[in-house]
Design a protein around this ligand. Structure first.
Ligand SMILES: Nc1ncnc2c1ncn2[C@@H]1O[C@H](COP(=O)(O)OP(=O)(O)OP(=O)(O)O)[C@@H](O)[C@H]1O
Ligand SMILES: *[C@@H]1O[C@H](CO)[C@@H](O)[C@H](O)[C@H]1NC(C)=O
Ligand SMILES: *[C@@H]1O[C@H](CO)[C@@H](O)[C@H](O)[C@H]1NC(C)=O
Ligand SMILES: [Mg+2]
Length: 335
């Protein structure tokens, strides 16, 4: 009995034979060509792997991740978490935003303003805060001398322009905004507005985040009123804080200019209030810090540390004076 290979086999064999002949015919050019292309593809892969590029290899918004982080890592900030998630998700999902996203984060010290900026960065850029497309400017560190304000102005404008031309999805965080010279704030104003482009550069995909303690005391007042009335902290809504916030920023002498130029022109898209943190949040921060330092979370250790912190008002001891800020340093004495 004769076994006939199926038709497909013969076809495959024929093809192999023909391609073999062709390869032989045009050797060695094809091999080097193949190798060359291979190397180029590999090189490109490696380049994208090691060198941070402004594309989806390194830059991808993870809405689920941001939501998860805000609800599990950020404590006691239900209003801020909600506003930030809505603002960032809406902006990042919009293919064609009309203006850059401008967030202004306000609140008492150590309540998570820098921390939230970090969470946002980590859910957009693979490299988080260390990304080449994330820029953190601290008023007192980067722009310390009033006399040099003109130099700072041109420098800052050049940095923003230069970086946005390299990567439209750039993020700029301005820390200690209430200590920024009015002239400097003025110099970045055009970038925050509705423009198709300025001198050929479009800023509409960029994100600007301002951090400050401005309005922090007013926010504390609102939170304390709720506490005194025996109401739940979680009942506090954005609208309860919004008026207090804008009025206080308006009345603060140092940030008066900031108010008139940024707020009146509606350049800020969202004001994000951060509530003062309570004892129970300090405990949460402490436990998280223990884990991040590689210890097993120990409630007794954290409680001992939390008890020794300062709280205000003096009588009632409701809110942590330094929020969660000193915990990383303090905890070392208790473990
Ligand atoms: N609400 C919070 N939830 C979880 N961790 C927090 C929170 N607030 C602060 N922390 C922790 O404390 C550290 C310091 O907080 P952060 O630097 O964000 O404070 P801040 O609001 O920027 O204060 P400041 O106004 O003094 O600059 C953070 O890195 C984080 O580990
Ligand atoms: C987005 O975040 C979620 C939750 O942290 C994570 O499980 C998921 O892997 C992330 N997705 C991407 C594409 O990074
Ligand atoms: C981008 O910003 C950084 C500061 O974060 C600055 O040092 C750098 O020169 C800027 N790049 C360009 C091209 O302007
Ligand atoms: Mg800060």
């Amino acid at each position: 009995m004769k076994v006939r290979p199926p038709r497909t086999w013969t076809t495959v064999l024929h093809c192999l034979l023909i391609s073999g002949l062709i390869v032989e015919a045009i050797e060695p050019v094809s091999t080097s060509l193949l190798l060359g292309t291979g190397a180029a593809v590999l090189g490109k892969k490696l380049y994208h792997y090691f060198y941070e590029t402004c594309d989806e290899n390194w830059l991808n918004f993870n809405a689920t991740g941001l939501k998860h982080d805000l609800s599990t890592k950020l404590y006691g900030q239900h209003v801020a978490a909600q506003v930030v998630l809505k603002a960032v998700t809406g902006f990042m999902n919009n293919e064609n935003p009309k203006k850059p996203l401008v967030l202004s984060l306000h609140g008492w010290t150590g309540t998570g303003k820098n921390f939230v900026s970090q969470l946002i960065a980590e859910n957009i850029y693979q490299k988080g805060m260390t990304s080449n497309f994330v820029h953190l400017f601290t008023a007192t560190a980067h722009f310390p001398h009033e006399a040099h304000v003109d130099k700072y102005k041109t420098q800052l404008q050049e940095w923003v322009r230069g970086n946005v031309s390299i990567c439209p999805r750039s993020m700029f965080i301005f820390d200690e905004m209430d200590k920024m010279h009015p002239g400097l704030i003025d110099s970045i104003k055009p970038y925050l507005d509705f423009y198709d482009n300025l001198n050929g550069v479009s800023y509409r995909k960029a994100i600007f985040i301002f951090l400050s303690n401005a309005g922090g005391e007013k926010i504390v007042e609102v939170a304390l009123d709720f506490w005194k009335d025996g109401r739940e902290r979680e009942e506090i809504q954005l609208k309860d804080l919004e008026t207090a916030l804008s009025l206080s920023v308006f009345n603060n002498k140092n940030s008066g200019f900031w108010h008139t130029s940024l707020i009146d022109k509606n350049l800020v898209d969202y004001f994000v209030p951060f509530l003062p943190l309570e004892y129970k949040h300090v405990i949460q921060c402490g436990l998280a810090e223990m884990v991040s330092k590689g210890h097993a979370p120990d409630k007794e250790v954290v409680e001992a540390m939390a008890r020794d912190l300062n709280y205000f008002p003096k009588e009632e001891r409701v809110f942590s004076m330094q929020g969660c800020k000193v915990i990383p340093a303090r905890l070392d004495f208790y473990v």
